[in-house]
Design a protein around this ligand. Structure first.
Ligand code: NAP
Length: 253
């Protein structure tokens, strides 16, 4: 028996990066997984790699109708929903607060905050029908401590941290657990783009960003995926409203 045998999970932003690692590790642990993303080629290729254990759904998490349809499609395909991983997110504009436009601010909140709200809202009924479950929200070290960059991203990840605690309390009676994960810098397309946008030597930037973590380097997507497998499994049955920090020591300062 795998750690997630018999469970059905849905991962938003599951085609690439941390989300794709979560999909693979959860399937290896015995789950069936719905991949929700905008990257159809990558999402379909990942689903095909896992045969009948994965299905791909195109949906933009900032659209309530598309999120609701993806969740309904998951229940139709696999018969139930036990685990929701709210992973889709964007870094957004990296400018000081006084230079940001309203549109730049709103875009980050629409995906990183409203996307978590929409998926959680529409997952509650199937999670209740399954007798309980686990919602895992990807926040960030930027939802715990400040840094002098990306103001809309910090605001969004701070919001996700407290949405997790409120929903943990609201749905504990339904045996639905809600936790947040707080990664340090993880080498994914998002961080690769962030480093490219800094200009200069990307190898040097990667080294400098890695050095911000006491362990001396950035993390891998699997470092986060293993935390997701734990929070998705019954091994974490007494864990709700908690913050799982996986950051190479970044927030120890
Ligand atoms: P990533 O490499 O950019 O992958 C995220 C995936 O989500 C991409 O396929 C992305 O598509 C998709 N996505 C974006 N907007 C979407 C939307 N509106 N609807 C559906 N899918 C959407 O990001 P990642 O680094 O793996 O990050 C995953 C999560 O971890 C994010 O919530 C991020 O904030 C959080 N996190 C990451 C790090 C890190 O260092 N990587 C650190 C802390 C927290 P597009 O490529 O089209 O945007």
């Amino acid at each position: 028996m795998g750690r997630l045998s018999g469970k059905v999970a849905l991962v938003t932003g599951g085609a690439l990066g941390i989300g794709a690692a979560c999909v693979t590790r959860m399937i290896e642990a015995g789950a069936n997984v719905a991949i929700v993303d905008l990257h159809d080629d990558a999402g379909q290729a990942l689903a095909a790699q896992h045969g009948g254990n994965a299905r791909y759904f195109h949906a933009d998490v900032s659209s309530e109708a598309q999120v609701a349809a993806a969740i309904a499609g998951t229940v139709e395909a696999f018969g139930r929903l036990d685990v929701l991983v709210n992973n889709a997110g964007i870094a957004g504009a990296n400018k000081p607060t006084h230079e940001l436009t309203e549109a730049e601010w709103d875009r980050v909140q629409a995906i990183n905050v409203k996307g978590v709200f929409f998926a959680t809202k529409h997952a509650i009924a199937p999670l209740r029908a399954a007798g309980g479950g686990s919602i895992i929200n990807l926040s960030s070290i930027y939802g715990l401590v400040g840094a002098a960059d990306s103001p809309p991203y910090h605001a969004s990840k701070g919001a996700v941290r407290l949405m997790s605690k409120t929903d943990a309390m609201l749905y504990a009676a339904d045996r639905i657990r809600v936790n947040s994960i707080h990664p340090g810098f993880i080498w994914t397309p998002m961080v690769e783009q962030h480093i490219a946008s800094m200009g200069g030597d990307p190898v040097q930037h990667r080294h400098e960003v890695g050095a911000l973590h006491p362990l001396g380097h950035m993390g891998d997507a699997d470092d986060i995926a293993w935390g997701v497998v734990y929070l998705a499994s019954d091994e974490s049955k007494f864990v709700t409203g908690s913050e799982l920090v996986i950051d190479g020591g970044y927030t120890c300062h």
